[in-house]
Ligand binder design. Structure first.
Ligand SMILES: Cc1cc2nc3c(=O)[nH]c(=O)nc-3n(C[C@H](O)[C@H](O)[C@H](O)COP(=O)(O)OP(=O)(O)OC[C@H]3O[C@@H](n4cnc5c(N)ncnc54)[C@H](O)[C@@H]3O)c2cc1C
Ligand SMILES: *[C@@H]1O[C@H](CO)[C@@H](O)[C@H](O)[C@H]1NC(C)=O
Ligand SMILES: *[C@@H]1O[C@H](CO)[C@@H](O)[C@H](O)[C@H]1NC(C)=O
Length: 620
């Protein structure tokens, strides 16, 4: 059995966290997290990937850059044939402890995270350290699927039908459905017939352990008129216990699901600690290889057939621009010779959430951090895949609904609610609130008094924001961070703020239902510091609070947008080929053209599956 009692051995060190982390790659290491000293040095690795040095130049059929959710699938499916594939990844193999779902927030404090920060924005993030939002990203074999929360959502049928209508044939829900099916081993109990499959690489389960509070949430939602649904099935609108990307209670990451089972394939070469710095493109605008740095040395790998960028929504656009593919003026200003003028990074959508919607109850029906201290819970997890450690960092249920702000006549949600059986106070402010960079002042005022009470939170997520930002390079140095501009809450009609407020009102209504009132559920009325001048619970108050404690849920998309040639924003076509350059595709969340009614991990797997099929269709 892969998982072992080593969890128990590793937990204390990870909680005590040392500061002997050395980052040899990031130039921006200076701009570290405020608690960089909580970083953890990884001192052992269990899975053995052959990872020998390679000659300074070698040749493969395909080179895949990035081993995250999408890249791992592409590498897996392409090596089902006799094609040779090189998979390059900056990060390393993660330690096993990352498999424990309840610990999900911890890994943002390790070198498994790129640790990006958003640029400062006016009148936004006012309650966050340095007014800068944390934009974590996975940096490991398995990419962001190593540090994510394992919430499993495909998205709404209309999401994909809209992609197709925008001029992307082959991407309607009907078309992509087979790829969701292909990946999954779906074992959720309350599921719609005909919508799921078993036997795939990716584990999907119910969370084995549920607190009393999630039952109250699900029941109250139904009392308020929201049906119970399989949100990955026939209809998405309604409430449900969360579906988890786990297998036997442990994280089913891209690495565990798609790479570990095939690591002995002779035609797959995986190189970790290898950072691609440039796609090599010849005078005929044909991609023929990748330049990368490993062990302080530059190497060149050649691709007979194609280079596939799966470096994620930040690093795929970065690599394109470093290789001369991007907005003409921007590249000229940075002194990067232009290969192809394309709007790379010019538009970036994201999903944000409000952190300040908290309710107390009068009984211990919520998550309890002391479960971490009881060794029996580790045994339950390791031996049976059960117990409180299988909880997805406290996330227990989801709900999709349409607020009164929506002008869409069809059953298309504009909001998702994420139910957490606890909140920033549950771990006494140690990790969770720091992942969001909530300041001490705000934490101490709002959450600290809840540390000895019972409280739960709902995180509303705006699924189809009107505001959007962009991404650009800071310089032509491949080791510099890109600059991330969120531009949240900047849409002309202030519709994004209004939709959030409508969602807050709906949660308040749900909290008044009998299922919650049984436990005396009450809204926490401590005003967010900085918003005391507003009348508590007025729309103005909530807008102020939104501008103080809003965070990303890490679903940045569209930085290498997929679209038809006639779309001035498009970077790749419906076959994910970069316009104007041959033998170069992008396959990851950066191609998602518009925000979807989902978290982006499962869509990334789907994109990987579909990309592999498109590539096989071309070369087999
Ligand atoms: C904290 C957090 C929680 C999340 N929770 C959820 C959730 O619960 N459910 C959900 O559906 N989604 C969640 N997401 C989002 C989801 O995990 C990601 O959208 C998804 O994993 C992205 O897949 P990807 O293939 O596009 O990129 P990634 O998985 O990010 O993979 C990109 C890979 O490329 C590597 N790379 C980058 N640059 C280079 C380079 N130059 N050379 C070599 N390698 C490179 C990176 O290190 C990384 O491994 C979460 C994200 C975060 C950050
Ligand atoms: C793969 O197999 C096909 C058919 O069996 C053969 O024509 C081709 O040369 C092989 N390719 C490689 C890279 O071995
Ligand atoms: C909690 O509140 C409810 C509703 O007011 C009440 O019926 C119940 O007795 C309370 N329980 C406790 C333990 O105080």
């Amino acid at each position: 059995m892969y998982s072992s009692f080593l969890f128990i051995v590793t937990l204390p060190p990870i909680l005590l966290a040392t500061n002997n982390f050395i980052d040899d790659y990031l130039d921006d290491a200076k701009i570290k997290y405020d608690n960089a000293n909580k970083r953890v040095k990884r001192n052992f690795v269990l899975t053995s990937y052959s990872n020998q040095d390679i000659p300074e130049t070698s040749t493969f059929d395909f080179i895949v850059v990035g081993s995250g959710s999408a890249g791992a699938v592409v590498a897996n499916r392409l090596t089902e044939t006799n094609f040779s594939v090189l998979l390059l990844e900056v990060g390393e193999e993660a330690v096993e402890i990352t498999d424990v779902p309840v610990l999900a927030p911890l890994f943002q404090f390790t070198d498994l995270n790129w640790n990006y920060l958003m640029e400062k924005e006016d009148n936004m993030c006012l309650g966050l350290v340095d007014q800068r939002m944390a934009w974590p990203r996975g940096r490991a074999l398995g990419g962001t699927s190593i540090i994510n929360y394992m919430i499993h959502v495909r998205g709404n049928k209309q999401d994909y039908n809209r992609w197709e209508k925008m001029g992307n044939p082959g991407w309607s829900y009907r078309d992509v459905f087979k790829y969701f099916i292909k990946s999954e081993d779906f074992l959720v109990k309350q599921q719609d017939k005909g919508y799921h499959a078993t036997g795939g690489y990716l584990g999907v389960q119910d969370v084995a352990f549920r607190t009393e509070s999630v039952h109250a949430f699900v029941k109250a939602a139904q009392e308020a008129g929201h049906p119970f649904v399989d949100y990955n099935g026939r209809k998405q609108m309604g409430v449900s216990y969360v579906h988890a990307t786990t297998r036997r209670g442990l994280r089913s990451s891209a690495e565990a699901a798609f790479l570990r089972p095939i690591r002995d394939r002779k035609n797959l070469k995986i190189l970790t600690k290898s950072r691609a710095t440039r796609v090599l493109i010849d005078g005929h605008r044909r991609a023929f290889g990748v330049e990368f740095l490993k062990d302080g040395k530059y190497h060149t790998a050649m691709a007979n057939k194609e280079v596939i960028l799966s470096a994620g929504a930040f690093n795929s656009p970065q690599l394109l621009m470093l290789s001369g593919i991007g907005p003409r003026r921007h590249l000229q200003e940075l002194g990067i010779p232009l290969v192809q003028d394309l709007p790379v990074g010019r538009k970036m959508y994201d999903h944000i959430t409000f952190l300040g919607l908290i309710f107390t109850v009068n009984q211990s029906i919520v998550s309890d951090q002391s479960v971490l201290e009881q060794p029996v819970n580790f045994l339950k997890l390791v031996l049976r895949g059960e117990g409180p450690l299988t909880t997805l960092g406290g996330v227990e249920a989801l709900m999709y609904f349409k607020t009164k702000e929506s002008d869409d006549p069809s059953p298309y949600p504009d909001m998702e609610l994420i139910f957490i059986s606890g909140g920033m106070h549950t771990d006494k402010g140690l990790f969770y609130r720091k992942t969001f960079r909530i300041t001490d002042e705000i934490y101490n005022k709002v959450w600290k008094p809840l540390e000895d009470k019972y409280a739960w939170q709902v995180l509303p997520m705006l699924v189809h924001p009107k505001s959007y930002g962009f991404l650009e390079l800071k310089s032509k140095n491949p080791f510099h961070w890109p600059k991330f501009h969120g531009n949240f809450f900047t849409d002309a009609g202030n519709k994004d703020v209004k939709t959030f407020i409508a969602a807050i009102r709906e949660v308040q209504r749900m909290a008044k239902m009998p299922a919650w009132q049984k436990y005396g559920a009450q809204l926490v009325t401590t005003p967010i510091p900085g918003c005391e001048h507003n009348i508590f619970d007025s729309d103005d108050y909530w807008e102020c609070a939104l501008r103080h404690v809003t965070a990303t849920l890490h679903h940045q998309v569209a930085t290498c947008k997929m679209g038809p040639r006639t779309d001035p924003e498009a970077v790749v076509n419906h076959e994910l080929k970069v316009y104007g350059v041959r033998n170069l595709r992008v396959a990851d969340t950066s191609v998602i053209p518009i925000p979807i009614t989902a978290h982006t991990n499962v869509p990334a797997y789907m994109i990987g599956e579909k990309a592999a099929d498109l590539i096989k269709a071309e070369w087999l």
